[in-house]
Structure formats: C-alpha cells, structure tokens
Design a protein around this ligand. Structure first.
Ligand code: FAD
Length: 376
C-alpha cells in the first residue's frame, strides 16, 4: 500500500475479516487488517467448515445459498491445504414425523432452485452403512461442501496482501471510533472507515451490540478412510441451532479429507471460559453414537471449543453501525460464518462502494435492533 491514510481498517482476520480484506483490496481500496492473534484463529479455527444452505428463514436461505455459490466460483483457487471438497449433506430423519420435515425441506429447496433429493430408509442405509438401523430416510443436498477454515482464511489474507493490503499480525485493537483505531501498542491509525470483524469480541467498540458468545465443542477421531461419505446432520440440529435453550446438542458428523471424522456439535449460552467440559462433551458424543454406533471403535484424538457470535434473530450484522459515522459491522454469524463469509464480504463491499447488492441487505442491517440498543 502506498503512503497516506488507509481507506479502511479491518479489525480481525478470521474468515469474515479475511474475506472482506480480499474483496475490498480487489477494488483497489487501501486496506489495513489488524489481527490480535493470527489469521484464521478465533472461531474460524474452531469451526467445522461445513458450507451449507440452511432454510431457517428466507433471509438465511438467501445468504447461505448466495455464499455457497461464491465458494463454488472460487473452487479452482483454494490451496490443497484448504481441503475443499463436496461430500454433500444428509439431513437425517429419525422417524416418520421427521421424514415429513424432509419432504417439506425438499419442496423449499426446490422452490429456491437448490438441488436436493429424498432418500428412503433403504437408500440411506446403502449410502451410509454406519448409521444405525431403523432411520426413516434423509434429504441429500449434494452441492454442500466442506473446507478447512483456518487455511482458507490464511489464503484470503495472503491474496489481499498480494492485492496491496497491509496485514498487522499480533496487533490488538484497544479502542476504535469510525475513523481512529488505537492499538494496544499505542499506535494510532487514522482511516476513512473501520470494519469490526472481530467475531464474538467487541470490547473495543463504542457500541453495545446484541451479540452473545455461544460456546461449542468439537471432537475428532483417528483416521478411518471410507467410514463416512457425507456430512451427516440430524434434523433436530435446526432446533438446537435456532432454539434459545441454554444448552443443546445435535448429531453433526463430517468426513475430513484425512479420513478422520469430525464430531459435533454443542451449543451453550452464558459460558465465558474456553475449557472443554466433560459433561457437555459426553452428551455430544453420546448423541453421535446414538446415530452412528460404530464410532465407538474410533479413538477420539482431540477435542476443543470455540465461540459463535449469536444475534437474537440468528442473522448476522452486515452493514453500517448505527450512530457511529465510519464504523461498519460484519459479525454475529453464529454457526454459519464459514458458509456466509464470502457473501458477507460481497454485501459489505456493495454497501460501502454504493453498488447494487446481489441480494437484499436489509435483513442483515445492524439498525434492525434499533439505534439506541446498538449504541452505548
Ligand atoms: C464449534 C463450532 C462449529 C462451527 N461450525 C461451522 C460450520 O460447520 N460451518 C459454518 O459456516 N460455520 C461454523 N461455525 C461458525 C464459524 O466458525 C464462525 O461463524 C466464523 O468462524 C466467524 O468468523 P469471524 O471471522 O467472524 O470470527 P473469528 O474467526 O472469531 O475471527 C475474529 C478475529 O478477530 C481477532 N480479534 C478479536 N478481537 C480483536 C482485537 N481487539 N484486535 C484485533 N483482532 C481481534 C481474533 O483474534 C480473531 O482472529 C462454527 C463455530 C463453532 C464454534
């Protein structure tokens, strides 16, 4: 970047900040990315990396479907380490009631032009023989993908740098307005705009934003190539992800490129510490074993936690911060921030540059929570 103040300072180089840096530097904006730790740490390092179209609401469908397309358009770009693959998702129905939901889901995806197919109980058992017997069937969404998020984030930052962005690693923002960013080192950056992409952490912002950290556990097994072929999600996952219970678990299994099985997932509000909690982990693993009993033969080699940034309505905050000139928000992506990172970057860029966005931006506008509730 040549001399003078930057056009934009991005706080955070998780997958969201990294995607925005790549997008805005491609527009020849002078971009500085400030990252307290390293690119792709934070929730991005903890996430499962399932790129999935979700139908909890119209706005969520629009954002996830659009973003999945953007991931597909970049398919040829991702480095090998990003482990970009397309195993598809199986939404598994445990009983006749859930199978009815499969049919509704199929109709909804079809109405939005997203390919999916219904599997009967027999077809499901043939596709994934390790699932327990007696399940009612599933919905297969063949174009859903999987990536290894920290490598994807690092690649986006690297590409931003090649396009002229400046990346400050190990630099913590202590305070910001929409035009002045103060680092813990004492360095002060003056800029035309600031983008908060720091995930669940926002102590440096002059705002009280309605985002709560929602803790999640994950576990990964030893290698077992061929054990599992699709991302498996129980239909009850939607209830777990979008309910407001303090604690919940759902079966969510992912075959990694290494042959390992990634096991999720749990959700907890009101927990601030990152330690793995045995009772929660056990509950999550029991749920996974209930669907896939053969997992009992695979040693778990690592467990970890991460924090999702959750908004009250389950949609992210993408747009201008209320009552703070120059400040923009790109946070609150809960359990879908890997999926929706690329669309977030596009929608934010469109708003900042005055371009027509590919999908309506209003459902994600921070101002939907009211001017006063967002301002401290
Ligand atoms: C268990 C779990 C499973 C998940 N699975 C999936 C999934 O399968 N699919 C999916 O789409 N999403 C998934 N998610 C959600 C996804 O991981 C997050 O939504 C996404 O990573 C958020 O990215 P981010 O860039 O907004 O935040 P983060 O990745 O948290 O990045 C924020 C960055 O900001 C930096 N930072 C913070 N404060 C400061 C500061 N003051 N100064 C400078 N830098 C700062 C941090 O160091 C960090 O690197 C999962 C999340 C969890 C926890």
């Amino acid at each position: 970047m040549s001399g003078g103040n930057p056009d934009v300072v991005i706080i955070g180089a998780g997958i969201v900040g990294a995607a925005i840096a790549e997008r805005l530097s491609a527009e020849r904006l002078k971009v500085i990315v400030v990252e307290a730790d390293c690119a792709g740490s934070g929730a991005t390092a903890a996430g499962m990396g399932h790129i999935v179209v979700m139908d909890d609401s119209e706005a969520q469908f629009a954002l996830t479907a659009y973003s999945r397309r953007l991931w597909q358009e970049k398919e040829a770009c991702w480095p090998k380490g990003a482990e970009y693959r397309r195993p598809g998702t199986l939404w598994v129905a445990a009983d006749a009631g859930e199978f009815a939901a499969v049919e509704q889901k199929h109709a909804c995806y079809g109405a939005h032009g997203v390919q999916s197919e219904i599997l009967t109980a027999g077809e499901l058992a043939r596709e994934e023989p390790q699932l327990r017997q007696g399940l009612a069937g599933a919905l297969r969404v063949p174009e859903d993908m999987v990536v290894y998020p920290p490598v994807a984030a690092r690649w986006l930052v690297e590409r931003a740098r090649r396009q002229g962005a400046v990346y400050m690693q190990g630099a913590r923002v202590e305070h910001t307005t929409g035009s002045v960013v103060t680092l813990a080192s004492g360095t002060v950056l003056h800029t035309a705009s600031v983008i908060h992409a720091a995930g669940a952490r926002w102590g440096h912002l002059p705002l009280t934003i309605p985002v709560a950290p929602r803790k999640g556990h994950l576990a990964i097994t030893d290698r077992a190539p061929g054990f599992l072929h699709h991302q498996i999600v129980e239909l009850g996952y939607l209830k777990s992800a979008h309910g407001h219970e303090t604690e919940s678990v759902a079966c969510n299994l992912q075959p990694r490129a290494t042959g390992q099985i990634l096991i999720g997932s749990s959700r907890q509000y009101g927990v601030q510490h990152a330690a793995v909690e045995s009772p929660m982990l056990e509950r999550m693993l029991r749920r996974a074993l209930d669907y896939m009993p053969g997992l009992a033969g695979l040693p778990v080699v690592r467990t970890w936690t991460g924090f999702r940034a959750a908004t009250p309505d389950g949609l992210p905050l993408i747009g201008r911060a209320p009552e703070c000139e120059g400040l923009w928000l790109a946070t609150g992506h809960e359990g879908l921030g890997i999926t929706t990172s690329l669309a977030t970057a596009e929608l934010l860029a469109a708003q900042m540059l005055g371009h027509e966005p590919a999908i309506p931006v209003e459902p994600y506008s921070p101002s939907r929570f009211g001017e006063r509730s967002a301002h401290a």
